[in-house]
Design a protein around this ligand. Structure first.
Ligand code: TMP
Length: 395
């Protein structure tokens, strides 16, 4: 049974950027209550109420995984690492987005699974075998029937999106070859607690995992975690290495080390999350305080990165065009649109990061280094960034 520890209020679908703002579109905008709970039976942190995946992952999916240099590099590195370590003959990616990971593989040796039709089209037309469907047992059976078993199933920032985690693992178990491995990575709850990055909670993140929770979930299946890594992407992610219980892979010492660390951090206790929720409330107060002060001094504030995370922040803190003039984002299909819920216009950084801007809120704080490097001229001429991670401050 989940017990609620945080309520982030009325929130829209983070991927539903609006084309225009008029009575009809705003009246039809879908909102739900974003509250988060902890299940002390399996230590899993999940949304109290899941949003229907069909509402979120459709043919208008805006996010392009290859839009950041950091991510392009990260996918190249992990693809090469996995190929070297496991030497897979057949690989598959769940949630292949625009193909940023699979493009590092031979087209004959990799399969893409991507329910968003507009994204699936990209990998299909690049010549990759692509199934534009949700990952489940039925699809795994269909794939195995026409392709044989899979040696490497990889997934980044997708497994946390699937409410029914049992279905995910059962499907992996159907798809994997005898010594096949299922490697997946998602934002890490340990980092969210440490960095106070409450904006990792939004409609798509049905769960945020720890090693404790995934080990517990797998304890009554024929799969086991045999290795784990904490990685830097998305402000702290966890990468699991999973295989069959009777496979040749033995548990590494990283496992014992991280389990002890998670217990020390209290990821097995409700009180840890309750304390986090108090810090989130303080973060909201401080951010509004800073923005109000800057506005009083006639400063021009914009936001950098039309991220799903910033949708949580803006809607939770009630930040709209009262504080933020507009949002800048390099993704062309976000430009010219309006942010979900708060309806802030989105424009390109080339136009938007001009001399009139005094402050830019880091909606894409997870790419802070890449952005600071790229926008050196903005900093040099006295422009400043505002962030709320790990605490609210002006950089
Ligand atoms: P994400 O945090 O969900 O991956 O989204 C990052 C968003 O920020 C994505 O829409 C692209 C945008 N972005 C920029 O506009 N400029 C940049 O330099 C970077 C790194 C990201």
């Amino acid at each position: 049974m989940k017990k609620i520890f945080l309520n982030l209020g009325k929130q829209p679908i983070t991927n539903s950027f609006l084309n225009k703002i008029d009575k009809k579109t705003t009246k039809n905008e879908f909102f739900y209550n974003l509250s988060i709970g902890f299940d002390k039976k399996n230590f899993l942190v999940s949304l109290m109420n899941y949003v229907n995946p069909k509402k979120m992952f459709n043919d208008k999916y805006a996010h392009r995984a290859s839009s950041s240099k950091t991510m392009r590099k990260s996918f190249k590195v992990i693809a090469s690492k996995l190929k070297k370590r496991f030497k897979p003959k057949k690989s598959l990616e769940i949630g292949s987005n625009d193909g940023v990971f699979i493009k590092n593989f031979d087209k004959r040796e990799v399969i893409a699974v991507e329910p968003c039709k507009n994204l699936a089209k990209i990998t299909k037309s690049a010549g990759f075998k692509t199934y534009s469907e949700f990952w489940n047992k039925r699809l795994a059976k269909k794939i195995v029937k026409s392709n044989n078993k899979i040696d490497l199933i990889y997934s980044a920032n997708t497994i946390s999106h699937i409410p029914d985690f049992k279905e995910v693992f059962d499907a992996a178990s159907i798809g994997l070859s005898k010594n096949g491995v299922f490697v997946f990575e998602d934002p890490y709850i340990g980092s969210v607690i440490k960095n106070n990055s409450y904006d990792q909670f939004y409609d798509e993140h049905a769960h945020l995992f720890s090693l404790l929770s995934v080990s517990k979930i797998l304890s009554n299946t024929n799969l086991k975690v045999f290795d784990v890594e904490i990685i830097k992407t998305h402000g702290g992610s966890i990468r699991f290495y999973i295989c069959r219980r009777n496979s040749k892979f033995k548990k590494t010492k990283n496992m014992k080390f991280l389990i002890s660390k998670e217990i020390r951090q209290g990821l097995n206790k409700f009180i840890t999350f309750k304390k986090f929720s108090n810090r989130v409330k303080k973060s909201k107060k401080k951010l509004i305080h800073i923005l109000k002060k800057l506005k009083k001094n006639n400063k021009k504030i914009i936001s950098y990165g039309a991220t799903y995370k910033s949708t949580t922040v803006f809607n939770y803190c009630n930040i709209g065009t009262n504080f933020i003039d507009y949002v800048i984002d390099t993704t062309s299909n976000k430009q010219g649109k309006f942010t979900p819920g708060k309806h802030i216009p989105i424009i390109s950084p080339k136009v938007g990061l001009n001399d009139a801007v005094d402050y830019a809120f880091l909606g894409a704080w997870n790419f802070k280094k890449e952005i600071q490097l790229k926008e050196n001229f903005f900093l040099k001429r006295g422009g400043k960034f505002i962030t709320h991670v790990p605490n609210v401050r002006i950089i």
